[in-house]
Design a protein around this ligand. Structure first.
Ligand code: BTN
Length: 247
């Protein structure tokens, strides 16, 4: 059972935002809410990443979910773009995306995005951003793997203000999607990868190696294999992408 204690319901621009001290996962709390709702919690007891991996959600980070009235295949890419746009506006430098929507500063992960589609016609965009929290304090394997805003911003930002900024950018990009600006959105996404990086793809057990070339007009991952052939993979086909350091 979810033992959430609800604190407040707020209107923020076009969004209705539910805030809690602690929930299991904000995506699960958002599952039954209508479009343009959002859920934020100070901590999550069962925060999840892609493929049900655990997501450390300790006090001081931003853990929230936004419900949007659409479920296009490229939504995961557009959600990563919205996070980058918001963080760049705050002054974060050297941002990049690691497919599909890990938000990185150099080799360290600053934010992650998990899209859930619980019912037709709406999607839940779950976003986690390390702000003042200390993920490696909870999970030693994250040592030197994560970045947090407290260590890279000259002027601190509160989790509440960061959420307002992110909601604004999600709304803007949802309008762009509705206005069919897909190709310009994808070209902006393609500007955020480390291009032509060596990667290995886990295709549900089968591992393939190659050079990551970005995404095509349908949002599929493009990989050039060892023989120079370009292969396109749908989002669901790729369980995990690992960047392989150059020799
Ligand atoms: C990933 O990088 O694998 C995605 C991480 C997504 C974490 C966020 S935190 C808010 C929302 N609730 C969850 O349980 N997960 C997402």
């Amino acid at each position: 059972m979810n033992m959430a204690v609800q604190r407040k319901i707020k209107r923020i621009e076009d969004w209705t935002v539910w805030e809690y001290d602690s929930v299991n996962s904000t995506n699960l709390v958002a599952a039954n809410l209508p479009a343009w709702s959002a859920v934020r919690a100070d901590t999550q007891t069962a925060g999840r990443g892609r493929f049900q991996r655990e997501w450390v959600s300790d006090e001081g980070g931003l853990w929230f979910s936004a419900v949007v009235p659409a479920e296009p295949a490229i939504l995961p890419l557009v959600a990563g773009l919205a996070v980058c746009d918001a963080l760049r506006e705050l002054g974060v430098k050297n941002l990049r995306l690691r497919w599909p929507n890990d938000v990185m500063v150099g080799q360290r992960k600053l934010a992650g995005v998990l899209i859930d589609r619980f019912k037709p016609g709406v999607a839940v965009i779950g976003i986690g951003v390390n702000v003042n929290n200390n993920p490696a304090g909870r999970d030693a394997s994250l040592q030197n793997q994560t970045e947090r805003l407290a260590d890279i911003l000259a002027v601190p930002v509160s989790v509440e203000n960061l959420m307002v900024l992110l909601l604004r950018h999600i709304r803007l990009l949802m309008h762009a999607l509705n206005a069919n600006e897909v190709s310009s959105l994808l070209s902006r996404v393609n500007g955020l990868w480390s291009k032509k990086s060596r990667v290995s793809l886990d295709l549900d057990g089968d591992i393939v190696l190659g050079s990551f070339e970005g995404v095509d007009a349908a949002g599929r991952l493009l990989l050039v294999d060892a023989l120079g052939a370009s292969v396109a993979y749908n989002f669901e086909q790729v369980r995990h992408l690992t960047e392989v350091p150059e020799l």
